[in-house]
Design a protein around this ligand. Sequence first.
Ligand SMILES: Cc1ncc(COP(=O)(O)O)c(C=O)c1O
Length: 428
Amino acid sequence: MSWLFRRELELSKTMTDSIRAQRGYFEGFGGAYVPEILQATFEELNLAFEAARSDPSFWREYLELMSSYSCRPTPLTFAENLTRHFGGARIYIKREDLNHTGAHKANNVMGQGLLVKRMGKRRVIAETGAGQHGVATATMAAKFGFDCTIYMGEVDVERQRPNVFWMEQLGATVVPVTEGSRTLKDAINEAFRDWVSNMDDTHYVLGTACGPHPFPEMVTYFQSIIGLEARKQVLEITGQLPKRVYACVGGGSNAMGIFSGFLEDRGVELVGVEAAGRGLHTGEHAARLASRDASVGVAQGYKTYFLQNEDGQMNETHSVAAGLDYVGVSPILAHFHETGRARFEATTDAEVVLALKLTIRKEGLIPALESSHAFAQAFKEAPGLTPQDVILINQSGRGDKDIFTIADAFHDPKWEAFIQRKAESYRA
Ligand SMILES: Cc1ncc(COP(=O)(O)O)c(C=O)c1O
């Protein structure tokens, strides 16, 4: 990264200071509902984060690390063929897939790693859904010399096996969680249980802009590097701001990351895309803000929209993308939903698979299934805009980890034959 670019990011960092919780809340969403035993740990984290944030050398150290270790700044790619295909808005893609470990998760994890060093702890734990956050955390732990345990729902262990393999090679212990729906929310519960017993030497590297204060704000702070870069790049390349910015929404960290660059630009519409799974009408989805199925409640230490029943029990969610398969959503995005600062849509598994196929064929890019939700929604809307308009899609990660799910969805007979041969060779 050139010193000039770094200097500009240092200066523009103050923009993200507009995302500050008021006593832990974003207009009624958020808070820190933590057991008494963890209160001192949260206080320690709050103090460490505030001290780091007000120390300019911390952000400089972070930018240095991200440029030398994680290929930042990631480029903005003009999707020329897709633009021609749809004949409407010019489509640009922010390439978070080019981060080390293949997704935006590295931005948050490396930042929290620097904070852990400052706090003098030696062990990190994390939850993971798609496995990208787990791989990023295991990578950070290997680099900084921390012990590492990753909690992952048993269902996700099965569908994201390549990431489990890499986490273990990186030295992490991966614990499959067999409680509840055996997906992300259950992994978060287990990580909190571990933290309660080991808070003295352990930091919980929460992977998204959810959970008790200060996690939503802190994760957004580190992910804001996406939006800070993207705003500068789109102005440089096109001479204008985008009309719309699209990001998929699991817990909300990549969306908060790219949105934070454009919050003050009222003419830029921010579009968060959730998982409509098998269709909103089926109830088998993970759309908290784009459906009417969620309601405001408190769980996992914070207040937001949850997919829950009348008794406050969490519902089962479904998405083809493990990283979007979650019952809650960032309290900051819930706040944007209420104020209208962002619009929330949902795309189905089937639409996502089509969008992914098209992107692979037209641009030679392989977005993660999570990211493909943002692509699918942008593709629905691009034809209705004009070539004067620019739209920006956040490609939060790369699709290599999804090879088993995507191959199943594409019904590729050569792949199936390969897997069968492989299985037979293990049986022999
Ligand atoms: C590539 C990718 N994109 C998006 C997400 C969703 O998370 P978030 O909403 O925090 O960005 C995940 C989660 O695992 C992911 O791996």
